[in-house]
Design a protein around this ligand. Sequence first.
Ligand code: SF4
Length: 387
Amino acid sequence: MVVTADLALYIHIPFCRRRCGYCSFISFDSRGDDIELYLRALKTDIAHHAGNERLTSIYFGGGTPSLLSVEQLAGVLGAVSHSFSVDETAEISMEANPGTIDEGYLSAVRELGINRLSLGAQSLDERELRLLGRIHTKTEARESIRFARSAGFGNVNFDLIYGLPGQSVQDWRSTLEEMLTLAPEHLSLYSLTLEPEAPMWRALKDGYLPDIDPDIAAGQYEFAEDLLAAGGYRHYEISNWAKEGYECRHNLTYWQNKPYLGVGVAAHSWLGNHRLASTGDIDEYLASFASGASLLPEMDEEISPELELAETVILGLRLGSGIGIDNINNRFSIDLMAHYGRTIREMTDSGLLEFAGGRLVLTRRGRLLSNEVFWRFLPDNIPAKVT
Ligand code: SF4
């Protein structure tokens, strides 16, 4: 096979044991009987996208991919290698939830070639875990990393959430300090974001939970920045920290605005200047692919060069290393400073962006106010170009 390009592959597994109170991802907690049918559809989906690209990363996300048996995971990986060339150094990640895994399971998963584990711990505080509606206890969250180590995983991520109702900076500090003793290679820290369909959103609106205080959340974020820097983690993306060399290669594809293919229900792709999304309706997905038919994307948006430039700048600014001005100029055949000169000057004057060795990066304050920066780079918001 002649390899034509590198590609990242995302595989969505939309099943969970129970829905968490804050969740607005596409996942189902009462469709366990459909897993086999879904996997059959998924394999057809993968086969329909077969190509000459080389996969540099594969990411099982969800949902709860660790609800799949080892045989089911092997079947999906088999379908992937049948349809694509997989780079021998590919990063192959799987999200796994504490309470659904043990050492034997993870050892078998590791033997399949999955070499990075992302543990959805979310907190190491029993009260917070109950508040979030997680299925696991603090002990199970701690155990999950021990299981991962015993199974041979040397690249483990821990997901944690801050900005919870009633969570103080001290509560957050306790979780972070305890997490540091577990020494994962990678950390993803997310501020709680609630969509109206999430039960916690309703509970907040109806006054059953204390309001989320954005100032406390900002303080928690800054506390994490300092603590993790002292702990040897590199803050390489707004919400992500890693030990040197353990940055998530799959997610870097997104932030570098490079091509990726998503398969499964509600999966998104970025291919050949098109942003695509498959249906979020699992019944439609099953009915179409299970019969071997093809399913047109629910969304297919052609991205103009102007919007691609804006998105590349915005995504790149999420990175600790920011954007290389020469890289952007070469990739889009433009002069970035002429194109965005006024916006960049305003943002640097406000202390939200700064130049560092030919790169443009968010300042510490800019990371806290990143959305204030990002929207200004969208095509409709660019002031008259400065020459
Ligand atoms: S485990 Fe993740 S995907 Fe599943 S319900 Fe909870 S937050 Fe949503």
